[in-house]
Design a binder for this molecule. Structure first.
Ligand code: ADE
Length: 269
């Protein structure tokens, strides 16, 4: 996969040399090209921003450097990349979107500073490319570089051969599949006792069926506690008899449409 990132802070993207993404680059699985937007300015001060039309606070990124940068990058490759524009006004970045973007051969990220990029840039490339305006959460950062780090890591770990154990993203929280709609439960490793704290007995039993059931019950407990909205939204067809028992114990019951809602405080803690 090829990734181009256009930024006024190339050094902000240094973490892409480290760990999983760094190794994927070193192995040639990821071709990451970081570009300094100021290289496409022509004035002495390398100006990339200007005051907003209509007034208001802050500055807006000028269209000309972006246009020249993007034209040159587009001309340097075959086919059309998906253009990812990080913005707090974008659609939510989800695991589903990470999976979709991981299937594209080429992504171009355009992290902005200030109040964002002149709208005409998004329109211009929207006519030619699949442009996605994406937010990583309901908070406002000072720029799109940290969101690019987040998105690239989420996407890169899905690429074939990048994670050591291909099975390890199949039961990620939010991954499509049997554990969809549930958060992952707790994990343990050796030693078997640490500061007087032991491991849940079932994990030492070697009984795969019981372990799977215990993990699923723990996933329900954690989802109930941290993300009840996921249970409310879940398709109840995904819940088996044991799921319904743990949900009932946690204070959930199906409504008239079959979807689960909270009825009372939990019976068990
Ligand atoms: N730029 C500033 N805040 C952002 C956010 N939450 N998501 C994506 N890009 C951003």
């Amino acid at each position: 996969m090829r990734l181009d990132i256009v930024t006024i802070f190339p050094e902000y993207l240094e973490p892409l040399n480290v760990s999983l993404v760094g190794k994927a680059r070193a192995r040639g699985q990821l071709d990451v090209r970081i570009h300094d937007l100021r290289e496409w300015t022509h004035d002495k001060h390398h100006t990339v921003d200007d005051t907003p039309y209509g007034g208001g606070p802050g500055m807006v990124m000028k269209p000309e450097p972006w246009g020249e940068a993007l034209d040159e990058i587009l001309a340097s490759g075959d086919g059309r990349p998906v253009m990812v524009v990080p913005t707090p006004s974008g659609a939510p970045f989800t695991q589903q979107l990470a999976v979709e973007l991981s299937e594209a051969p080429w992504l171009v990220f355009t992290p902005a500073r200030y109040e964002g990029i002149d709208r005409r840039v998004i329109e211009e490339y929207g006519d030619r490319l699949d442009v996605r305006e994406v937010s990583i959460g309901d908070y406002v950062l000072a720029g799109g570089e940290a969101p690019v780090l987040v998105m690239v890591e989420a996407i890169a770990r899905l690429l074939p051969g990048v994670l050591g154990n291909a099975a390890s993203h199949q039961d990620d929280s939010f991954a499509p599949g049997a554990m969809a709609d549930l958060l992952e439960g707790p994990v343990y490793t050796k030693p078997p006792e640490w500061r007087g704290r032991t491991i849940p007995e079932v994990l030492l039993s070697g009984h795969h069926g019981k372990i799977a059931r215990w993990r699923r019950d723990e996933a329900f407990r954690r989802t109930d506690r941290n993300r009840p909205d996921l249970i409310e939204r879940a398709d109840p067809a995904a819940f088996d008899k044991k799921d319904r028992e743990i949900l009932a114990a946690l204070g959930w019951a199906p409504g008239t449409d079959g979807r689960f809602g909270r009825t009372s405080e939990a019976v068990e803690e």
